[in-house]
Ligand binder design. Structure first.
Ligand code: SAH
Length: 207
């Protein structure tokens, strides 16, 4: 998977390649999809949600540029795969998931894998996690109409945020870097994520 889908598509960051070679994606998908674990696509993980395509996980991690000193906030734990990849590169990861069932199964996976630097919270990640802010890096793995202001406020100066922004149908991966309190935005790959639902995301229609 890493050779065909990641290295051949010009992901060069050795830390990303190394982390993705070590984390077994098959442990993050439902048992009946094991045979598709290393496919070049997102997969359903329950609750209508998906584990992202491996290339997208690699690309977002590369754009985020975490290092061993980074304290990272992730919005959208899902299966826990992205957080597990980050756990091998960053110092500590706080990850928020709105669906309790997904939060619980991700926690079980981290426990089974003896990953001890990932902390899973439940709730609406669009409001951030002020009690642990500010963060060196913020990664949003669901699509929103804009980068929530709360998240920008909770990003350290010289910090980086990566998030897919657009409509519910399609988005662009944005990478924002905070410089002297201001955010500088770059546009990267076109992509398609499940919606970020919540106060500063798309409306959740009471779901
Ligand atoms: N990073 C995940 C993929 C996540 S899919 C992985 O590696 O598997 C997006 C996830 O974001 C879904 O699980 C969805 O329930 C969650 N989500 C959507 N809106 C959210 C919000 N406001 N706060 C927290 N989680 C949210």
């Amino acid at each position: 998977m890493v050779e065909e889908q990641i290295v051949k598509r010009h992901i060069k960051d050795e830390r990303v390649i190394d982390a993705m070679s070590k984390i077994q994606r098959e442990l993050f998908v439902p048992p009946h999809l094991k045979n598709s674990s290393y496919d070049d696509s997102p997969l359903l993980i329950g609750g209508g949600q998906t584990i992202s395509q491996p290339y997208i996980v690699a690309r977002m991690t590369e754009l985020l540029r975490p290092d061993e000193h980074s304290v990272v906030l992730e919005i959208g734990t899902g299966s826990g795969y992205q957080a597990a990849v980050l756990s091998l590169i960053a110092k500590r990861i706080f990850t928020i998931e709105r669906i309790l069932e997904l939060k619980r199964s991700a926690e079980e996976r981290f426990k089974a894998l003896k990953i001890s630097n990932v902390f899973v919270m439940s709730g609406d990640g669009t409001i951030g996690l002020s009690q642990y802010a500010p963060f060196d890096r913020i990664i949003v793995t669901a699509a929103g109409p804009e980068i929530p202001k709360n998240l920008l406020d909770q990003l350290k100066d010289n910090g980086i945020i990566v998030m897919p922004v657009g409509t519910e149908a399609e988005q662009v991966l944005l990478r924002g870097e905070k410089k002297e309190g201001k955010i500088e935005i770059e546009e990267h790959d076109r992509c398609r994520f499940v919606p970020l639902l919540g106060k500063y995301g798309f409306s959740d229609n009471g779901v």
